[in-house]
Every structure is written in C-alpha cells, then in structure tokens.
Design a protein. Sequence first.
Lengths: 148, 84
Amino acid sequence: MSAVAGRFDELQKLGVEVLSASTDSVFVHKMWEEHELSKMTKSGIPWPMLSDGAGNLGKVYGVYDENNGINIRGRFLIDPDGVVQAMEVMTPPVGRKIGEAIRQLHAFQLVRKSKGTEACPAEWEPGKPTLKPGPDLVGNVWKVWQPE
Amino acid sequence: MAEEPVGCAKPTGTVVGQPPDSRNELRADAGEGGRPMVMVKVGGKAPDFQAPAYHRGKFVNVKLSDYAGKWVLLCFYPGDFTFV
C-alpha cells in the first residue's frame, strides 16, 4: 500500500481515485496507518481504507479466501462508466508493481479518448506508437510494430 | 463522505442490492464452495458496494457508485501489518 501511496500524486494527475480493502476493521486500519504506513510514506495513506470483515466485497470480486478469512491480492481498474477494464489477482507472498497498473491506466485512457480507434500493442509504454485497427492493418502489423 | 458514528460493533462492507446479512441468499444461489455466482469479469460492470472506511483520521462510509465518472483503482490485500 505504501508503494501505491508513493505514486498517489501521479494517479491523481491521471484522475484516478484509489480504494483499498481488507478484512481488517477500520480500527485496525487506523492503527496501521498511524503506526506504520505513515512512517513509510510522505503523508500517510490519502485514500479511504475499506473494511470488508465479512468478505462480501471480496466474494463478488472473486478474491475472498474463505479457508483463511482474508482477501487475496486483487487489483481492479474501473473506468468512468463503472466497467472493469483490467484485473490482476495474486496469492499473498508476492507484492504488486504499481508501475504496471499506471502503465495500463495510461493505455486504457488513451484507448478511451480515441473512442476505440487506437489500440496499444504488447509492450506499449506511454509515448510509444499505437495501432490503428482496420482493414489496412490486417497482415501488416509487422510493418508498424516489432517485438523488442 | 459523511463521518460515521463510532460504535462497538464491527461493521463490514456489503454489496449493493444484497442485504447486509445475506448468508441465506448467498447459499441459495451459491456455486461450488459456497461462492456466489456473481463474479467480476473484465468488460463487465464492477459490482457496486458500500463499506465502512478509515480516511484521514475519520471513519466514513464509501460507496463505489459515488465514484461514477472517475477512474478507480481498487486494491484488495490480505491484511494490515502483513509484510509484503
């Protein structure tokens, strides 16, 4: 979570709101934020930390582990229409890379702005060329895009 | 986000459209292992929910649909004070 907090300004510039959720109570969230996260971040955790004690949210998002009573790691990008554009679900011992979520946000925002006339190929990074799907591109992707 | 009164109960998040105590409903249409049939898919609507939250020193209630018109990064994680 502190890694996400470190890039929070960048997320805000992209117009992205952050929500985090675990099965801990709001009281535990308060203690964690005050006693640990605030020491790992510039200005603490700036977004709402949600309590999903019964796992109701985790169940519908497919991340609730009922044997352990926890939500496993799950990251969802939701667009302004409330549509899930991307998700990443991982078991607990490996952390996420927030840079990958930000890269995907740049890509989905570009596609949305182009009203679907542009697409981001594999390995795309902000600033790199996009693809313009259409009859002329069929069989010709190799002319405009090559793997690195 | 209005500040929520603090009681001794441990409130939890709920899915909008499901009653807070929806154990029977969940069981009725549950898939294998008691999982509800509603599952998130990319390209589909994110299920709306509301949940108690801690936000900058206050206890508030957050509803996903209040964020309509904005991009949202929603992160689930196993627990506070875990190491990763």
